[in-house]
Write a protein that binds this ligand. Structure first.
Ligand code: NAP
Length: 289
């Protein structure tokens, strides 16, 4: 079984991006900038935000972290986003999800200017993706495509199954696979006989958010399996360890290729965020000319 090593792919892309950013700054005297908004004190979100701003700085881009209280009103959060929309030194804006329950995620994501939408979750960018004219692509599905491309795994004409239909992973994932000529089925919690889909698929992208719920029995021999899930269970064999939606250790000598967790899609997702930020800076420059 070929292990699809997202960490290694991310490292190679990181070095290439660093050079591009260096050249861009030298040529245009402009530093790509990302603003990350963190609402509340979710410990996992804090770690993600820290990693995003750190990676941004390591690449030579600027990063601004804005911490807001969990009690902030929708109006006040919108006002903060409006300030960032108007700030010419900020090219990408990201609101770390999930948000506290009293805030509407989609309303807030749509407050970000579509041309500063680092996560690709603005309704305009989602629409462009489905229309086959992608501008900014959501980071996680884009990470999956980049891993497959790196390992020269073609999806064209393949039977692909995506498990999950969220705006952030499942739906854009299906759209990207379709745009590369895969025949795509989207499965979700109401799908009857999930295994009938997965067992007949040549490529399965698992993004159900259910820790270790699929093993060897779910996949056809020789299939390619990409595990998007990230969990840190509090009990059981994997207590306090990172694991995915798939029981990776069962896949050896059965599937042809698979992503591990950790070290698969996760490290590539952050890299794709960095690439989106750089792309937004390039777009901003092109518009100002
Ligand atoms: P989500 O919003 O909770 O969506 C989960 C999707 O899976 C839903 O569409 C749900 O169906 C479906 N589902 C749940 N249980 C299922 C089952 N037993 N069988 C079939 N489908 C099922 O989660 P998400 O934001 O898309 O994230 C999915 C996973 O990826 C999570 O573990 C998350 O932590 C991880 N993630 C990882 C990265 C990364 O960088 N690697 C980034 C983002 C997310 P319904 O629509 O019917 O409810």
């Amino acid at each position: 079984m070929l292990i699809l090593d997202g960490k290694q792919v991310a490292r190679a892309r990181f070095e290439r991006l660093k050079v591009k950013i260096f050249d861009f700054k030298a040529k245009y005297s402009m530093t790509p900038g990302l603003a990350v908004i963190l609402v509340g004190e979710n410990p996992a979100s804090k770690v993600y935000v820290h990693n995003k701003t750190k990676t941004c700085n390591e690449l030579g881009m600027s990063s601004t972290q804005i911490n807001l209280p969990a009690t902030i009103s929708q109006q006040d959060l919108n006002a903060r986003i409006a300030e960032l929309n108007a700030d010419r030194s900020i090219h990408g804006i990201l609101v770390q999800l999930p948000l506290p329950k009293h805030l509407s995620e989609h309303k807030i994501l749509d407050e970000i200017l579509a041309r500063k939408d680092a996560d690709g979750l603005h309704i305009e960018n989602q629409g462009l993706l489905w229309a086959g004219r992608p501008r900014i692509i959501p980071c996680t599905p884009n990470a999956v495509m980049a891993i497959l491309e790196h390992y020269q795994i073609s999806v064209a004409s393949k039977r692909a199954v995506v498990i999950g239909r969220s705006q952030i992973v499942g739906k854009p994932m299906a759209s990207l696979l379709l745009s590369r000529d895969a025949s795509v089925s989207i499965c979700h919690s109401k799908t009857k006989d999930l295994l009938a889909y997965t067992r007949s698929a040549e490529l399965v992208i698992v993004a159900a958010g259910q820790a270790r719920f699929l093993g060897r029995e779910a996949f056809a021999k020789g299939a390619v399996v990409v595990d998007v899930g990230i969990h840190r269970p509090t009990s059981g064999d994997f207590a306090n360890k990172l694991c995915g939606d798939v029981r990776f250790e069962e896949l050896e000598n059965w599937v042809s290729a698979a992503t591990p967790v950790p070290g698969g899609v996760g490290p590539m997702t952050i890299q794709m965020l960095m690439e989106n930020t750089f792309r937004l800076a390039e777009l901003s420059l092109a518009e100002s000319k």
